[in-house]
Design a protein around this ligand. Sequence first.
Ligand SMILES: *[C@@H]1O[C@H](CO)[C@@H](O)[C@H](O)[C@H]1NC(C)=O
Ligand SMILES: *[C@@H]1O[C@H](CO)[C@@H](O)[C@H](O)[C@H]1NC(C)=O
Ligand SMILES: *[C@@H]1O[C@H](CO)[C@@H](O)[C@H](O)[C@H]1NC(C)=O
Ligand SMILES: *[C@@H]1O[C@H](CO)[C@@H](O)[C@H](O)[C@H]1NC(C)=O
Ligand SMILES: *[C@@H]1O[C@H](CO)[C@@H](O)[C@H](O)[C@H]1NC(C)=O
Ligand SMILES: *[C@@H]1O[C@H](CO)[C@@H](O)[C@H](O)[C@H]1NC(C)=O
Length: 929
Amino acid sequence: MAVSYATQVLLLIFLTTLHFNVIMAAAMTCGEKERNALLRFKHGLADPSSRLSSWSDKEDCCTWLGIICNNITGKVIEINLDTPVGSPYRELSGEISPSLLELKSLIRLDLSSNYFVLTPIPNFLGSMESLRYLDLSLSGFMGLIPHQLGNLSSLQHLNLGYNYALQIDNLNWISRLSSLEYLDLSGSDLHKQVDWFQVLSALPSLSELHLENCQIDNLGPPKGKTNFTHLQVLDLSNNNLNQEIPSCLSNLNTTLVQLDLHNNLLQGEIPKSISNLQNIKILDLQGNQLSGALPDSLGQLKNLEVLDVGNNTITYPIPSSFANLSSLRTLNLAHNKLNGTIPKSFGSLKNLQVLNLGANSLTGDMPLTLGTLSDLVTLDLSSNFLEGSVKEINFVRLLSLKELRLSSTNLFLSINSGWIPPFELEYALLSSCIVGPKFPEWLRKQSSIKVLTMSKTGIADLVPSWFWNWTLQVDFLDLSNNLLNGDLSNTFLNSSFINLSSNLFKGEMPSVSANVEVLNIANNSISGTISPFLCDKTNATNKLSVLDVSNNVLSGDLGNCWVHWQALVHLNLGGNNLSGEIPNSIGHMSQLVSLLLDDNNFSGHIPSMMQNCSTLKFIDMGNNQLSDTIPAWMWEMQYLMVLRLRSNNFNGSITQKMCQLSSLIVLDLANNSLSGSIPNCLDDMKTMAGVDDFFTNPLSYSYGSDFSYNNYKESLVLVPKGDELEYKDNLILVRMVDLSSNMLSGAIPPEISKLSALRFLNLSKNNLSGEIPKDMGKMILLESLDLSLNHISGEIPQSLSDLSFLSFLNLSYNNLSGRIPTSTQLQSFEALSYTGNLELCGPPVTNNCTSKEELSEGTSVGHSDEKFFGTSEFYIGMGVGFAAGFWGVCSLIFFNRTWRHAYFHFLCYLRYLIYVTIVLKVRRLFTTL
Ligand SMILES: *[C@@H]1O[C@H](CO)[C@@H](O)[C@H](O)[C@H]1NC(C)=O
Ligand SMILES: *[C@@H]1O[C@H](CO)[C@@H](O)[C@H](O)[C@H]1NC(C)=O
Ligand SMILES: *[C@@H]1O[C@H](CO)[C@@H](O)[C@H](O)[C@H]1NC(C)=O
Ligand SMILES: *[C@@H]1O[C@H](CO)[C@@H](O)[C@H](O)[C@H]1NC(C)=O
Ligand SMILES: *[C@@H]1O[C@H](CO)[C@@H](O)[C@H](O)[C@H]1NC(C)=O
Ligand SMILES: *[C@@H]1O[C@H](CO)[C@@H](O)[C@H](O)[C@H]1NC(C)=O
């Protein structure tokens, strides 16, 4: 025993010494030459966070940060100076010294994620023959990639991806890298390299090829075989490939594991031969223009773990063969046109974690089998035509579910109040499906919810007492458009986005934490005074950027506390019983874009401090009792798009300065006591004159980075044709001037006819005199024209008959005379439109024109009328008919409060564009005739 103990001790000592010796040997071998080379390399670099502080001539270079030596020869074999995200160090920059050439054994050089901005990749790297691994990605290099790199015959890994404008003049140098296994040139422009695929496919050892964002539009001429005998990963995402999925890819059948073609312009069907890729695990075809059906043969890909075909235009039902994809973890088929039902056989996809079938045309119910997928984390069935009830049993084994999206389906969540869900959701998106009429009690047991949307779910119930406390954890809360009731008086809200609008909430204003960014409680019955809410000191550090309490029954004055609310961008207090003056402190809100105070009892004048709110685009103070003149600075608010001051007691005149409002789309000053004449510079108002962009809507904002579909859109009640209508999605298309019911005098300035984008013009009930400007027919989009109850004289200009959009006309009670110009347009209005003008004659009024007028009309107009009568009648008829059809569809959407679906909006929009094109064409035809 003792002997053996002694031997053991000896052996131990022997081994320890041996080990020590080996370490000593390793530690002493950093050669002076290599150390000096590295010090010179350090010298060329800028190292803001002193990462290279261990690089000193007193230390063994093998112990320096980022350096690895061969443990036998002591030669430097690796330099690892990348700066990945989360690294404690800042990026290196400066110059890469050729002293590196002294490191004859260097195998690996990693300088990725640094900041060598605007430096070219040094040519001498091509002489470092021992290199097997070179990573210069994400480091800002620019210029031509040196062909010398082609000399690195041992190179196995080359990553030059995502630099700053690296140029590649040709790829032939790469074909010499016969050992290359990994190549990443992402972010370089390859679109001129038509033969890139051919050149690269000659690399016999290549197993990973990353060419993201290379502006490639083509795989080049079709080739039978490729030499890619080892290719496992092919990433061509974010290019411009606009062809069918290349069949040559299916020759990579034995090796390919990952094929990423997302965000290209690929067309046609997914080829059946894709099933040749027997080893594929990740197939990403998201964001292309693929059409047709999903091939049955996809079901043969037994190893497939991720299949992403989202954002294409795939039609037909999901093949039942998908049930065989037993390795599948992620299936994304969202944003296609799939129809048919969700296959019951999906229940066999036991490894599924993400199932996204949103935004398709799927019908039928939610199969019970989905409820057995115990690994499922995300289930998205939203925006489909699914129907039927969803019960507890539908979720029976969804133990891992975190994200449930059933919005915009006709599914009915028929769940008992005592249910304890098997999951802990983080996202519950249930808007526009049926959750009510009872409040869903099961939510109470969900303590991790960050996002809850239950807008338009038919809940007609008292909000339970636990709920508001429960929402303290919720970040995004949308309960709008239900029949929820309850008293908000003592509630405390903490979510950053809160939409409780259009319910039956009552009581006083809730209190909010400093966390809240959007609070929308419009269209409820909130009462009491608003100033305690506004002046509460605890709100002083508020981030609130949207406050909408419109259409409640709030009363009292505004206090003078706007200094607390400097983050506000959108403020809507319209439609309450608020009174008193608008306080000066409103000027503290220097970021304000929209200020809506309409339909209250505010009095006094517009405070001068408000001119600090210079970013305002949208001002609505209509229907109050504001008085005094419209302040001159208001005409200098250069971003102003909507100015609605109708139905107040403003007096004074409209100055020439008004024409500086070049972004204005709505000017509604009706029903005040404004006097003087209409400025004669209207043609300076560029947006009204039709010089603008229809496609961007600066009147809507998105809030919540994850939930950009919850747009906040401005709306506005206007009186375009004698009736009040609410505009929202379509507001950006409106161009309106309403100066009616004032005391304006003088003539209508002829410049008004330059406002060719104007749709609604109302100058009625003033003291205007003079004639109707001759060229008003050039306002081709005019739909509504009201000049009634003025003292306008003279004849109706012939050009008015060109207004083929016109659907509302009132010229009554003026001093107009002569024959009403003949056209399908002007005769289609009732005589009422012309009544009260004693000397007007001809249809539709009953007053016959005298033979004298008949004669003069006949000679001046009749001839040209006859000249193109045959064709013009046809085209005018078509114009009117088309206009009627257009409004048939669009007016419903434009004016119906409940029917504002984006899709229809878009359709409508298209029609609008087509319509305008046709009108313009028809008009061109006229002028050439
Ligand atoms: C020496 O290096 C080789 C390969 O780099 C490694 O496998 C081995 O464990 C190292 N030996 C010691 C003693 O560090
Ligand atoms: C494939 O490789 C062979 C030999 O390795 C070579 O002769 C042939 O030209 C290559 N084909 C292509 C298309 O590069
Ligand atoms: C791969 O495809 C070739 C023809 O393209 C075929 O001969 C071969 O059998 C396929 N191999 C597998 C494993 O599917
Ligand atoms: C579809 O594309 C849009 C934008 O191109 C993107 O934001 C969205 O995430 C994509 N949807 C899916 C389901 O992949
Ligand atoms: C599915 O869509 C295709 C192509 O649009 C159509 O031919 C087919 O009738 C549709 N099937 C069902 C069940 O709606
Ligand atoms: C609200 O929640 C807190 C803990 O989060 C708890 O202590 C408190 O009792 C709750 N209040 C009500 C009214 O449920």
